[in-house]
Design a protein around this ligand. Structure first.
Ligand code: ZN
Length: 120
C-alpha cells in the first residue's frame, strides 16, 4: 500500500462541497466504461455530506454489468476532469479498465457539429 496522498481541491473534498459548488460530477465504470452524470446532492444524502468521493467506489447501475464505478469531477462546465482516486492501488486498476464510453463516444446521439463533444 503506497503512502502517497494526492491533494484534491477543497470543492471536491466531500459530497457536500461538491453539491454546494457548481461542480460537475460523473461516474465511470471500470468494467463497462460507461460514464454517467452524478447528482452530488443525492450522493450527499446517500453517504453523508461530509463523506469524501475520493477513493469511493460504487456499484455500476448499467443493466448486465457488475463492475464498480469511480468518480470524476470538474470545477465547472468545460473544465478539466479530475479523477477522484488517491490510492495508488486504485489508480493502478485503471490501467486495465475499460475505455470511457458515453452517448457521444458510442455514437448514440447526434452532436451539434462534428468533432464537438457535449457530453457533460
Ligand atoms: Zn459498468
Amino acid at each position: 500500500m503506497s503512502q502517497i496522498n494526492r491533494i484534491f481541491p477543497r470543492w471536491a473534498a466531500s459530497w457536500g462541497t461538491l453539491a454546494r459548488s457548481n461542480a460537475q460530477v460523473r461516474s465511470q465504470c471500470r468494467m463497462c466504461g460507461i460514464q454517467q452524470r452524478v447528482d452530488a446532492s443525492v450522493q450527499a444524502l446517500r453517504f453523508g455530506a461530509a463523506a469524501s468521493p475520493v477513493d469511493q467506489l460504487d456499484g455500476c447501475t448499467i443493466v448486465g454489468c457488475h463492475g464498480r464505478v469511480y468518480f470524476l469531477a470538474a470545477r465547472s462546465y468545460g473544465r478539466t476532469w479530475l479523477t477522484l482516486l488517491s490510492s495508488e492501488d486504485l489508480r493502478e486498476t485503471l490501467a486495465g479498465a475499460a475505455q470511457p464510453a458515453n452517448a457521444v463516444s458510442l455514437d448514440l446521439v447526434r452532436t451539434k457539429s462534428p468533432g464537438v463533444s457535449d457530453a457533460g
